[in-house]
Design a protein around this ligand. Structure first.
Ligand code: NAG
Ligand code: NAG
Ligand code: NAG
Length: 309
């Protein structure tokens, strides 16, 4: 699951059904950022020199840019008959990470190439138009940053990491963790530290940098599994799910509209949401929306997870 090549777009569309037909009324798009460079390297990393990463640390790469522009073009093709050319029909909320802001700018460039009156100059104005992208400082962004400042969530995460289940999981992998520690120059005692090493190795591999010999198949595979399990454990209790996911994913005014009025909530709107990380959040968002907001009998929710390659 945790691969940069597996970038999913979650499309939630609300349909109003009559006896004979369905009409698409609302489109809600949730996606991750495109391919990025490592957040950091480990001390003995042969590729720790910044010259290997001209994009900077944790930043979007040219491959990632191309991919996310492609996502926008794909959405335009798929929803050609639902969308108009008017960029004002869209609301955008992004995580404040540079890679996310750049990503959503690219998705929108692919989705709303200026047409007609929206072409604002002879050259660039035929290819691209600006979009307002709303965001919040990352440490305050409880909606899209699962690492935002939240004392209770931090305590819950510590509790999870100290639970018998996680401690046993770590202990059973002590040999690999010690082996990785001695070859990386780190002292890896918890899952998060191991996950971070795997993230770096994964990206180096995807960038065609040959991994050092100590990264044999078994080690790579084990780290990959640990990485998946880290994401699982970190969101494994009801409390942390409630604190770290999507309490206010749908803006308040939509919320009351959804609950109080029959069919009217669906002005034609697209909302590409950017998650700073973690596909998990997108899945939870979906479940939350379906169960909390969209109960009325005369609405159907259609959703699809699309892997974007
Ligand atoms: C990083 O690479 C650059 C360019 O190859 C080189 O000039 C520099 O000395 C390297 N830095 C380190 C710390 O190795
Ligand atoms: C690694 O960290 C643990 C816990 O912080 C510590 O007990 C241990 O001595 C450290 N090991 C090394 C080799 O530094
Ligand atoms: C994991 O260990 C690192 C040091 O290796 C430490 O900085 C970090 O806070 C630990 N994370 C958790 C969740 O315990």
């Amino acid at each position: 699951m945790h691969s940069l090549l597996q970038i999913y777009v979650l499309i939630i569309s609300a349909l109003i059904s009559t006896a004979f037909s369905s009409e698409l009324k609302l489109l809600f798009v949730i996606h991750r950022h495109g391919d990025r460079t490592p957040i950091q390297c480990y001390p003995m990393d042969p590729y720790s020199n910044a010259s290997y990463w001209p994009d900077g640390w944790g930043e979007l790469t040219p491959v990632g840019k191309k991919r996310m522009f492609g996502v926008g073009s794909y959405l335009r093709k798929r929803y050609q008959h639902f969308l108009s050319d008017n960029p004002r029909e869209v609301r955008i909320r992004s995580s404040g990470a540079d890679r996310c802001l750049e990503t959503v700018a690219l998705v929108m460039a692919g989705l709303y190439r200026p047409e007609g009156r929206w072409q604002w100059s002879d050259n660039l104005g035929h290819e691209w138009q600006p979009f307002p992208i709303q965001t919040e400082p990352r440490e305050m962004d409880g909606m899209l940053n699962s690492g935002s400042k939240c004392l209770v969530a931090e305590q819950e995460l510590t509790r999870i990491h100290n639970s018998p289940e996680v401690i046993q999981y770590v202990n059973q992998r002590k040999a690999v963790l010690n082996y990785v520690s001695s070859n990386t120059g780190l002292n890896i005692t918890n899952l998060t530290a191991a996950e971070e090493v795997f993230d770096t190795l994964l990206i180096e591999k995807e960038n065609k940098y040959e991994l050092p010999l100590w990264v044999d198949e078994h080690t790579y595979h084990t780290l990959s599994q640990i990485s998946d399990m880290t994401f699982y454990f970190d969101f494994s209790t009801k409390l942390i799910q409630r604190l770290r996911t999507v309490n206010d994913l749908i803006p308040g005014d939509w919320n009351s509209e959804c609950q109080n009025t029959g069919l009217s909530f669906a002005s034609k709107t697209v909302m590409p949401y950017m998650f700073g990380s973690l596909l998990t959040l997108a899945v939870m968002a979906l479940i939350y929306i379906i169960y909390t907001f969209l109960k009325p009998k005369n609405r159907e929710i259609v959703y699809q997870m699309l892997p974007i390659r």
